[in-house]
Design a protein around this ligand. Structure first.
Ligand SMILES: Nc1ncnc2c1ncn2[C@@H]1O[C@H](COP(=O)(O)OP(=O)(O)O)[C@@H](O)[C@H]1O
Ligand SMILES: N[C@@H](CCC(=O)OP(=O)(O)O)C(=O)O
Length: 368
């Protein structure tokens, strides 16, 4: 076995691997994944597991005809999560730790930092973090909604160098292989653009969420942070043998040559904007001015409610999304400045508090 090049990897395991018969957890596929985790760790690679499957694992505890409602799925997740953790834990002779997260946690910078600290501390002590979305507490507003995107956010937070998404197909095909017999597997993707998204269809299994679309979104998030991303078939032993031999058994997405810095990546891909400011004219006029920041008197309108430190969207008055940024002023104060445009209040605020947003806290978005 050759020495693998990764230092820290995130493995994402889809529901179909956890509960292939939709009748509780099965060890059939997990045993091979667990052996892969053990092999990686024995080579000194730090592993973080993002495990889907709590809903699928818990389903058998509830009557079939009642399983459709959101409330019932939350109950299935609560019961299935314990079953799933018990199953994982049984495979290892080292400790594992459960972390249940929501998008609400990840997009709050303090909670995000706390998640990072916990992951690093667990890894330092040889404990395997096993992460899932906290389905029982999430609302539409607070959830990531699929573990592909969650795993990419986790990989970025953990500064991983590879993200491996184990699913029920060999990788990304030019069209859904479960619907088209002539679909062709794409072994390597260098650039993720609309043509790649156009190939992605929905999940066709009863337990999957998001299909290929969310896996490509995850690959985009991860590769922009310099993380090599794979989509792989977790049903096949061959996948793991080939990975350990240093080969690519599925689809590999190559990382950006110039990855985003961690804080900019978080702002772009994880933080939700709490509100927005509209600035006059183009990006070049407003953001790249001589001070490299936005001043109160350059703001045309303020939408939503946000406080100091919240992430906001900067939009130009023609609707273009220019950037995400950390607000140095609250929406309340900005509205006051906008309402008192004629006075010298804005100038005074700028002199005393500094710019509304400053260069170091801006993540530029592509012009659309
Ligand atoms: N272009 C494509 N290439 C491969 N699979 C695709 C494609 N488009 C849609 N799919 C579907 O995506 C499914 C995998 O996604 P999903 O069911 O959500 O898996 P998981 O539970 O592992 O997250 C495949 O079983 C397949 O039906
Ligand atoms: N959090 C959910 C998994 C959601 C999800 O993304 O599922 P999958 O598409 O199988 O990775 C659960 O544990 O059932």
């Amino acid at each position: 076995m050759q020495k693998l090049k990764w230092q820290r990897i995130v493995l994402k395991v889809g529901s179909a691997l956890i509960a292939p018969d939709q009748d509780g957890c099965r060890s059939r596929y997990l045993l091979t994944i667990a052996q892969f985790i053990v092999s990686c760790r024995s080579q000194g690679i730090e592993v973080i597991l993002v495990s889907s499957g709590s809903v699928a694992a818990g389903a058998h505890l509830f009557p079939k005809q009642e399983q459709r409602s959101v409330t019932m799925k939350k109950a299935m997740a609560a019961a299935g999560q314990t079953e799933m953790m018990t199953m994982w834990d049984r495979f290892f002779d080292f400790p594992s730790a459960q972390m249940l997260l929501t998008h609400g946690d990840l997009r709050d910078r303090e909670r995000y930092n706390s998640i990072r600290d916990t992951v690093f501390t667990l890894l330092e002590h040889g404990i395997l973090p096993i992460i899932n979305e906290n389905d029982t507490v999430t609302t539409d507003e607070l959830k990531v909604g699929d573990n592909d995107n969650l795993s990419a956010m986790v990989a970025a937070a953990a500064d991983a160098d590879a993200l491996m998404i184990f699913s029920d197909v060999d990788g990304l095909y030019d069209k859904n292989p479960n619907l088209h017999a002539d679909a062709v597997l794409l072994p390597e993707i260098d650039t993720i653009d609309d043509s790649i998204y156009a190939m992605a269809g929905c999940a066709t299994s009863a337990v999957g969420t998001g299909g290929m679309k969310t896996k490509i979104e995850a690959a985009e998030k991860a590769t922009s942070h310099g993380i090599t991303t794979y989509i792989l078939n977790g049903f096949k032993d061959e996948t793991f043998n080939r990975l350990l031999a240093g080969e690519n058994p599925g689809t590999i997405f190559t990382p950006y040559e110039k990855p985003m810095q961690e804080a900019v990546h978080w702002m772009t891909h994880t933080a939700n904007e709490q509100g927005e400011v509209v600035v006059e004219g183009s990006f070049d006029d407003s953001l790249a001015g001589e001070s490299g920041c936005i001043r109160g008197d350059e703001i045309v309108a303020v939408h939503g409610e946000f406080g100091v430190g919240d992430t906001i969207l900067v939009r130009s008055d023609d609707g273009t999304r220019l950037a995400k940024a950390t607000a140095n002023y609250s929406s309340c104060l900005l509205n006051f400045i906008a309402d008192n445009e004629q006075s010298d209040f804005s100038e005074k605020m700028h002199d005393s508090l500094g710019p509304v947003i400053s260069e170091k806290d801006i993540a530029l978005l592509e012009k659309s």
